[in-house]
Design a protein around this ligand. Structure first.
Ligand code: DAH
Length: 335
């Protein structure tokens, strides 16, 4: 019987050496230690042994049983863990590509606009987004009863403090703090309580201001023509249409020829053949009074344009909210 036990141990060791996965371990356990297993069958014969032999053989077989159990447990754990590691880590997989970001379309267009005006000798200045009523409205000659001050359009923090509704207050701040001549653009975020296909509560404007002795409306026309032809193409027609702003006199709005219908009239341009792109005019003398420019030979012009509107027209985007939804399917088209 002793030699039978020896034989069992040898074949167990050999089969164990061939086990490759947790399932093999379970099969071995059944084959050797199960109810009909090889060791179990031998142990059943214990009763037939000579009583003097029983303790010794009993000890040997108990040791063998313990040995088998511990080997099965150890190798089982090893194989299970190995399987988990290889499930977690497949070194043959290709590396994960890292998606590269790109500059947002609005910032691209802003950059283009800044470059173009810097080429024309303008410098870029900034102003605060949290403004006071004086710079946002009063000094721009916007009277207290003006609808632009309406609670519905303006985000107020308090009666005197608000989110700027346009970049025009930067005109005031620059004229208050700089010596002449002034030739600046002021790009930035502006805020209005408004939301639909052509309005978002935050959008971007670029303000322009050129104040210097002898500046007249033809300078304004020349600068804005350069702007339109650089951004939209040299063949795009533009027109100056009389308009009204409290801080400019005379005032105008600039339209460009509708790129959808080529000027014939369509839904996009409301059958006019023209698309409005910006407001402008000669700085109103009332504004000079507010900022303390007293020299009457000093004149200047200002303009303000919406960056999203320029981007929408240039890239035929029909919903302004797309710019801020952060949907990569939209954004990557412009990367
Ligand atoms: N601030 C105006 C607006 O937000 C735009 C504007 C019009 C700016 C005429 C100007 C200007 O500088 O001269 O609607």
């Amino acid at each position: 019987m002793e030699s039978q036990l020896d034989e069992i141990r040898r074949s167990f060791d050999q089969e164990l050496g061939q086990a490759r996965e947790p399932g093999d371990i379970e099969k071995l356990r059944i084959r050797y230690l199960g109810r009909k297993g090889r060791l179990t069958s031998v142990l059943r014969l214990m009763g037939k042994l000579d009583p003097g032999e029983r303790p010794r053989i009993g000890k040997i077989s108990n040791e063998l049983k313990a040995y088998m159990e511990s080997r099965l447990r150890a190798l089982g754990a090893e194989l299970t863990e190995g399987k988990e590691i290889s499930a977690r880590l497949d070194v043959t997989l290709p590396g994960r590509a890292c998606r590269r970001g790109s500059i947002h379309l609005i910032n691209q267009v802003l950059g283009e606009i800044e470059d173009l005006f810097m080429d024309l000798g303008f410098s870029v200045v900034n102003g605060p987004e949290v403004e006071d009523d004086y710079h946002n409205f009063e000094a721009l000659n916007i009277p207290p009863y003006h609808p632009a001050r309406d609670m519905q359009a303006t985000f107020y923090f308090s009666e005197k403090t608000l989110l700027r509704t346009h970049t025009s207050p930067v005109q005031i701040r620059i004229m208050e703090s700089s010596d002449l001549p002034i030739r600046v653009i002021a790009p930035g975020k502006v805020y209005r309580s408004d939301s639909d296909v052509s309005h978002t509560p935050m959008f971007h404007q670029v303000e322009g201001l050129w104040v210097e002795e002898g500046i007249n409306f033809s300078h304004l026309k020349g600068v804005l023509e350069a702007f339109v032809h650089t951004i939209f193409g040299p063949d795009v027609p533009l027109r100056f249409r009389p308009s009204y702003f409290p801080f400019t006199e005379p005032s105008a709005e600039v339209d460009i020829g509708c790129f959808i219908c080529g000027g014939k009239g369509c839904r996009v341009c409301g059958n006019t053949g023209w698309l409005e792109i910006l407001g402008c005019g000669m700085v109103d003398p009332a504004v000079y009074d507010y900022v303390g420019i007293r020299d009457e030979s000093v004149t200047g012009f200002a303009f303000g344009l919406g960056v999203e509107r320029v981007a929408m027209l240039k890239y035929a985007v029909d919903d302004i909210r797309l710019f801020f939804d952060n949907d990569l399917r939209f954004l990557t088209q412009f990367s």
